[in-house]
Unconditional design. Structure first.
Lengths: 275, 452
């Protein structure tokens, strides 16, 4: 656990103590007449995976984009490392160490793995691309994440499997000493084996002390990797806490009705798997 | 186990992490062979799989050049096609198409198209020729050439701005540019049947005249070849060795050696062909035309820009996935505008070469902007540049230009009379269609996921 600062407000609500790396308070966002987020509070502690759930249109993607700087919030405050910050662009987010892996991955098929990982941030050597240092650094990042199944980091991304592409996108995000990684539906297009590979990768990010937020429809995945769970319902944060406090039934209720009148009951597994 | 590169390889269940080795053929088809293979044998095998997967690089155009050469050698009267004098003429003619094709390549890489390269090239040529006229501006040749390239670059930048900022399809912008500048060309030239000349007897004009027509004395040609091959070979060898030492992806030693040997072989062949006396019994004509080193410099410059600079990297990225480039912080508009500007400036050089090729005479008879642009695009696509963006290199434009030049001249040798002119269009058209088919099918074969 690396990001343990003094905790002025006491322990975070769900984690194992300490000030969360990223804290959202009262985030509002509207697009024209449509209110997408209503006073959302969210904590993302370092060294923990937070699973963000919600039905379609609940505001998961908008919330992600607020943190990533794509859609700055209208009202509310973001605290990073305890300091209030304004994230107005993707560059602001990157400067803080916030990286986002979008669902479509944003990889250029015709470029190879190294070229994709450094796209937009290529180091230069005498004005020319410094391929050697890029390749070394990319190989190092991939091996620390134990992404070792690619044959060559010089193969075009077009030749990779879905899981490998996801791994490259994640490696690209963590290469820049990032502290917080947002993953939008990282397993949506993957088969069973590849999903497992990506989930393992997410656990490795956590073990490195990063704060991770995973958006997923798939409650199996959420329950497998998440330390904390947050549920959005029609733009409101209706539940947030340690994953142990939830079971599938309750998460589904929060996702579909915004509340849970039910007692926590029945072991996980007998309830529906998909949100 | 059959290779099926049409499918994105997915790991078989139960193989742990995605395991490409379980289906090596399917996976290998997309990987540049030099990066996987440890030995030459493995390299050749990987390369063959890639070719079968439709990702064959320069192979189709090299084969096509060989086929065209053999065919014309058989069908031309007296089997004259491969005579040194004809080959040197083809080199000269092709260099115009090569330079225009390299210009077109950078725009095609962005998944755009520039239909104005022919007209802009001619504008560049006329500007340079006009500026060195003796009763007239009488600029030094280098200033005239520079002014022509800058003018063309500005024209390109303007078209690029319309495309990049207003998002008007480049097809429309440059089609308008093609018509506009074809008209302006006639005005600048001074009428539909006017012409402008540079003479080999005026020293300042002679430099421009000699760009294609001038010859390097054979001894100097051989020395230059030795120096160029030696320097390039050493650089290639040292770089590959350094990368191998550091454990970075590098081709096997034998492959590096073969590559250097191939470059040397092609160089020796070209210089030998050019060194044969192709004059009459009275006049000796021998030596490498200056235009060959000029084209090599353009090729080297474009290769460097596209492969080793941020600009080049972003051109490929935009061609492959503009959204990824945008999210990576790349300014799409700036890259597009620069690409169009550099394309047009390069085209301007091609226009100057064209005038030099026609013995220093520029007129609307010798230069048809419509045919030039079609040949330029055809040369780039035949050479292996994808019409859909993101795939292709400067060398592809050079090889495609040679093929187009060979076909154009071969047809003119055939004494077909009435048939010659239609065939000059029909043959390159057929080859272009074949090249596009290869492009489309190979793209389907490599299973580009993000492209619809």
């Amino acid at each position: 656990m690396t990001e343990m600062n003094e905790a002025p407000e006491g322990a975070s609500r769900g984690g194992d103590g300490g000030e969360p790396l990223l804290k959202l308070r009262g985030i509002d966002k509207h697009f024209g007449p449509v209110q997408a987020l209503y006073g959302v509070d969210l904590d993302l502690p370092a060294g923990q995976v937070t699973g963000l759930c919600g039905d379609n249109g609940a505001g998961k993607s908008v919330l992600t984009r607020c943190i990533a700087g794509v859609h700055p919030p209208d009202h509310g405050q973001i605290y990073f490392d305890g300091r209030p910050v304004h994230i107005r662009s993707a560059r602001d987010a990157a400067a803080l160490g916030i990286e986002t892996v979008y669902q479509d991955l944003a990889l250029a098929d015709n470029l190879d793995i190294v070229q994709n990982m450094f796209l937009g941030r290529e180091p230069l050597h005498h004005g020319l691309l410094d391929e050697d240092s890029m390749e070394r650094q990319a190989a190092e990042t991939l091996s620390t994440l134990r992404v070792t199944t690619v044959r060559s980091i010089r193969q075009p991304v077009a030749s990779l499997s879905g899981g490998q592409r996801q791994a490259v996108a994640v490696a690209k995000a963590v290469m820049w000493n990032s502290k917080l990684v947002l993953l939008d539906e990282p397993t949506a297009a993957l088969g069973v084996v590849q999903t497992q590979m990506v989930l393992n990768l997410i656990e490795r990010l956590r073990d490195r002390g990063l704060a991770v937020m995973v958006i997923s429809h798939n409650l199996n995945d959420i329950f497998e990797v998440a330390d904390r769970i947050a549920v959005l319902y029609l733009g409101r944060m209706v539940a947030e806490g340690p994953a142990a406090d939830f079971d599938r039934q309750r998460v589904v209720e929060y996702m579909t009705t915004g509340s849970s009148g039910m007692r926590p009951f029945e072991p996980a597994g007998s309830a529906s798997d998909e949100g | 186990m059959t290779a099926d590169p049409g499918e994105t390889p997915t790991g078989p269940p139960g193989a742990g992490m995605v395991d490409l080795t379980a289906d090596p053929e399917a996976a290998a088809a997309d990987i540049p062979p030099a990066l996987v293979a440890q030995s030459l044998g493995q390299y050749l095998r990987a390369w063959w799989l890639r070719v079968r997967g439709g990702n064959s690089g320069v192979l189709p155009v090299v084969l096509a050049i060989v086929v065209v050469a053999i065919t014309f050698q058989i069908v031309t009267p007296e089997h004259a096609f491969l005579r040194p004098s004809n080959l040197v003429y083809i080199f000269g003619l092709s260099t115009v198409y090569m330079v225009l094709a390299m210009a077109e390549t950078v725009v095609l890489l962005l998944a755009e198209v520039d239909l104005s390269v022919g007209a802009v090239a001619l504008i560049g040529g006329v500007i340079a020729f006009k500026l060195v006229q003796q009763p007239g501006p009488d600029w030094p040749w280098w200033a005239a050439v520079l002014a022509a390239l800058v003018c063309c670059g500005l024209i390109g930048a303007l078209q690029g701005m319309l495309t990049a900022w207003l998002r008007i399809p480049s097809f429309v912008v440059t089609l308008a540019g093609f018509l506009l500048f074809s008209g302006i060309l006639i005005i600048v030239l001074g009428g539909a049947d006017a012409s402008v000349n540079v003479s080999s007897s005026v020293p300042n004009q002679r430099v421009i005249y000699d760009m294609v027509q001038g010859l390097i004395v054979p001894v100097a040609g051989w020395v230059a070849l030795a120096v160029v091959v030696g320097a390039a070979g050493t650089a290639l060898w040292l770089r590959a060795a350094a990368r191998r030492r550091q454990g970075l992806a590098a081709p096997p030693v034998s492959l590096t050696a073969i590559r250097i040997a191939l470059v040397a072989l092609v160089g020796v062949a070209v210089v030998m062909i050019c060194t044969v006396n192709r004059g009459t019994s009275l006049v000796t004509v021998e030596g490498v035309p200056w235009v060959i080193p000029i084209v090599l410099v353009v090729l080297g410059a474009w290769t460097l820009v596209l492969q080793r600079t941020r600009f080049g990297r972003y051109v490929y990225a935009i061609g492959g996935n503009p959204e990824a480039a945008r999210r990576a912080g790349v300014s799409l508009a700036a890259i597009r505008i620069w690409a169009f500007a550099l394309c047009s400036a390069t085209a301007g050089l091609g226009g100057i070469l064209l005038g030099s090729f026609f013995y220093g005479e520029y007129s609307t008879n010798t230069a048809d902007p419509g045919q030039l642009v079609l040949y330029a695009i055809a040369a780039a696509v035949i050479g292996g540049v994808s019409l859909f963006g993101g795939r292709g290199k400067a060398i592809h434009g050079v090889l495609g230009g040679l093929l187009i030049g060979g076909i154009a001249y071969g047809v003119s040798l055939l004494n077909l009379g009435e048939l010659a002119t239609p065939l000059e269009y029909i043959l390159p058209g057929g080859v272009l269609l074949a090249a596009v088919l290869v492009d489309v099918l190979s793209r389907r074969g490599t299973g580009s996921v993000t492209r619809v």
